[in-house]
Design a protein around this ligand. Structure first.
Ligand SMILES: *Cc1c(COP(=O)(O)O)cnc(C)c1O
Length: 468
């Protein structure tokens, strides 16, 4: 591989005296930097010609993997396609150049957008009000739990400091509860992957007056619909606690059913997941929190203004482009795609829980365990075939979890290509396990040492070659 293209920092490509920039004419006049703030020595900037700079960054961008470059079946993350029109809308200068402290009568369009998006989300979820302040799903969980905590306190019910969380829950659920100062009561899953009602009953009997809420994801993180929600909600409400819905998996429910109708009192939506904002790089996100009528006065101040406003614009553009009629197709198509992939692979990958799944499903590694090829190996080998790895080793219910969420956007051809690659890897595991165990072979960087990287993170680059 050409080291010049892949291995170097822009600083290493620097040659003293090379130039390749042209600045636009200064139309602002000059401004004298105060004496004490001026640098004493020149900044150490790379000196490169324009073509070197263009190649460097273009090649770096080619090493990146995103929804726009290939299939990205990362379970639980809903890596759906983000329509380009969303970006155009979010970049409209009339919105982008707004200042949050502008007089209200100059931002009526932005205020209308917030109101209309709130109304749409209420219609889709059955909630009565939303706050857009939270910056992400986890931030929404914290905000929602603060609403619940405020609700109990305001009633003088000060002993409710525990939150029931299923053992299949996303790690952010117990983490958010802890940040909110609440303790966790873990409720077990049955062999079918659903909340164990008997265990829940026991917890409610033992801890009733101390329980603030139960947090649930539905469909849960195994991609299974929690069919006993009415009984669960009755148990939880019966002891005076509230029901919290983690809306990260709202996608398959879109237009099909609503958490508000199932007895949930408070919820968040991951706008960046379900309503299409690019989020592979970790942000920006938005985790609006919805509540049923009567709870809106308990919204806390968790950020200034309306949070990440540009994400709201993308979400609203996405909703308008689908419209009332087509938004109802999102969920069923996501479910169809997931079941198609699952059924096409379950003879070679271990499917611990049979039956219809929702938008995602979990395999417990390869069916043939005798080869020693692990879920990690399969995920690494998928990179060689040009696919992003699925979510692996989550949920924690199985040893070799491999979680696939194809989303509603993918064509039959793409799904068939992925299925063929997964079957090919299963073949390789049988005939040439070393090939899979040492994968990836076709990426710029091979297998990294995860443990070393976690224990000894090196956050600075090696000494620059020019200084050696
Ligand atoms: C993604 C996710 C979260 C956390 O959302 P962020 O926006 O990443 O903070 C919580 N719960 C589930 C089930 C998720 O998939």
């Amino acid at each position: 591989m050409n080291d010049r293209l892949y291995g170097n920092l822009i600083f290493e490509l620097s040659k003293a005296g090379r130039r390749g920039y042209s600045l636009p004419r200064n139309t602002f006049g000059s401004y004298e930097v105060p004496e004490g703030l001026r640098r004493q020595t020149d900044a150490q900037l790379p000196e490169c010609d324009e073509l070197t700079v263009v190649r460097h960054y273009t090649n770096l961008s080619n090493n990146n993997f995103g929804v726009d470059t290939g299939f990205y079946p990362l379970g639980s993350c809903t890596m759906k396609y983000n329509p380009k029109i969303n970006e155009e809308v979010a970049a409209l200068p009339e919105f982008q150049n707004l200042h949050p402290c502008q007089p209200a009568d100059t931002v009526e369009g932005a205020r209308a957008l917030v109101t209309l998006l709130e109304r749409s989300l209420c219609a889709l979820t059955g909630m009565a009000h939303f706050t857009f302040k939270p910056y992400a799903g986890a931030h929404g969980e914290l905000t929602g739990l603060m609403v619940i905590d405020n609700y109990h306190r305001q009633r003088g019910d000060l002993g409710r400091k525990k939150v029931i969380v299923p053992d299949s829950a996303h790690g952010t659920n117990p983490a958010s509860a802890a940040v909110c100062g609440l303790d966790i009561l873990e409720v077990r899953s049955t062999a079918d992957g659903l909340v164990d009602l008997e265990h829940l009953e026991t917890l409610v009997q033992q801890e009733g007056p101390h329980i603030a809420a139960m947090m649930m994801t539905n469909p849960n993180t195994l991609g299974l619909f929690e069919t006993a929600i009415p009984q669960i909600a009755a148990l939880v409400h019966g002891c005076g606690a509230l029901m919290y819905y983690d809306g990260a998996n709202l996608n398959p429910m879109l237009g099909v059913c609503r958490p508000g109708d199932m007895g949930f009192d408070v919820m968040h939506i991951n706008l960046h997941k379900t309503f299409s904002t690019p989020h592979g790089g970790g942000g920006p996100g938005s985790g609006p929190v919805g509540v049923r009528e009567g709870l809106q006065s308990f919204f806390p101040q968790v950020s200034p203004y309306h949070g990440n406003f540009a994400v709201l614009m993308r979400a609203y553009a996405y909703l308008l482009s689908l419209g009332r009629d087509h938004v109802t197709e999102v969920g069923p198509l996501a479910v169809l795609n997931a079941n198609y992939v699952k059924e096409s692979l379950k003879d070679v990958y271990e499917l611990p829980i049979e039956g219809l799944c929702c938008h995602e499903f979990v395999f417990d590694g390869l069916k043939d365990k005798s080869t020693g090829v692990t879920t990690m190996d399969v995920a690494k080998r998928l990179l060689d075939y040009g696919y992003h790895a699925p979510t692996i080793y989550f949920p924690l219910l199985f040893h070799e979890s491999l979680m696939v969420e194809p989303t509603e956007n993918e064509s039959l051809e793409t799904l068939d290509g992925f299925i063929a690659a997964m079957r090919q890897i299963a073949e390789e595991a049988k005939n040439d396990p070393e090939l899979v165990k040492t994968a990836p072979h076709r990426t710029p960087i091979g297998r990294v040492d995860d443990v070393l990287a976690a224990k000894h993170p090196v956050t600075t680059y090696k000494k620059m070659k020019s200084e050696e």
